[in-house]
Unconditional design. Structure first.
Length: 225
């Protein structure tokens, strides 16, 4: 058997402290998982967790310059803790969930906010607002302790925009894994972006956006002039 077109490259992200790469299959994202952010977007923080996806080939590593995306005038940054799944499963119990985690990374869920707002108003999917080229920034995956607490921040051109703590998540990492695996079978190589604290805002051409999580370092993305 042969493919009739060249097979696409395997999406992957860096692994901290090594030349190895973490192969990525799917990218799941949790919406509105910090109460203050849910309120700033006009929503009820008591809503159950929900998910959307980004294509794996939308992943971009630390330190890259990316183009300002088309069809938007309101590109937003969203710093997030990313969970890298190392052991798959279906209907994973929350009390067992952390044993399925391979590591953690810093993410930036870039969003075409104006296109997302149009989709919300029309009751349509969020794909054009969330799942565009270069929209899933992800730093190196770190092995080590599960980060249950710690500062999570973003800065644009050195000015702080977002500040929260991982302990402020409405739904914890184990609860997120349990909820996601109740609907789909998680497999090794899946990533889960776990939501963003309040303070999201617009990025302009030429901006430098730095996302930081205590214990995981920092990543920076530059929007091309």
């Amino acid at each position: 058997m042969s493919f009739v077109l060249p097979a696409p490259a395997q999406p992957s992200v860096a692994v901290e402290g090594t030349e190895d790469r973490f192969p990525v299959r799917r990218v799941f994202c949790v919406g509105r998982n910090y109460a203050a952010h849910a309120r700033e977007m006009g929503n009820d923080e008591r809503d159950p967790p929900f998910f959307f996806t980004k294509p794996a080939d939308a992943l971009v590593g630390d330190g890259h310059t990316i183009p300002y995306p088309p069809q938007t005038k309101d590109l937003h940054h969203e710093v997030e803790l990313v969970v890298a799944i190392g052991t798959g499963g279906t209907d994973i119990r929350a009390e067992d969930a952390l044993s399925h985690v391979w590591g953690y990374a810093i993410g930036n869920d870039l969003t075409r906010r104006d296109l997302q707002a149009v989709a919300k108003k029309a009751g349509r999917p969020w794909d054009w607002g969330k799942a565009f080229d270069n929209s899933a920034i992800c730093g190196p995956v770190h092995r080590g302790p599960h980060p249950l607490t710690g500062a999570i921040t973003s800065r644009v051109n050195g000015e702080e925009r977002q500040r929260g703590d991982l302990s402020e998540m409405i739904w914890s990492v184990p609860e997120i894994i349990a909820a996601c695996s109740a609907s789909v079978t998680l497999v090794p190589g899946d990533l889960i972006y776990t939501g963003t604290p309040a303070g999201v805002g617009a990025l302009q051409r030429g901006d430098s956006c730095t996302c930081q999580i205590e214990g995981l370092g920092a990543i920076t993305t530059i929007i091309a002039p």
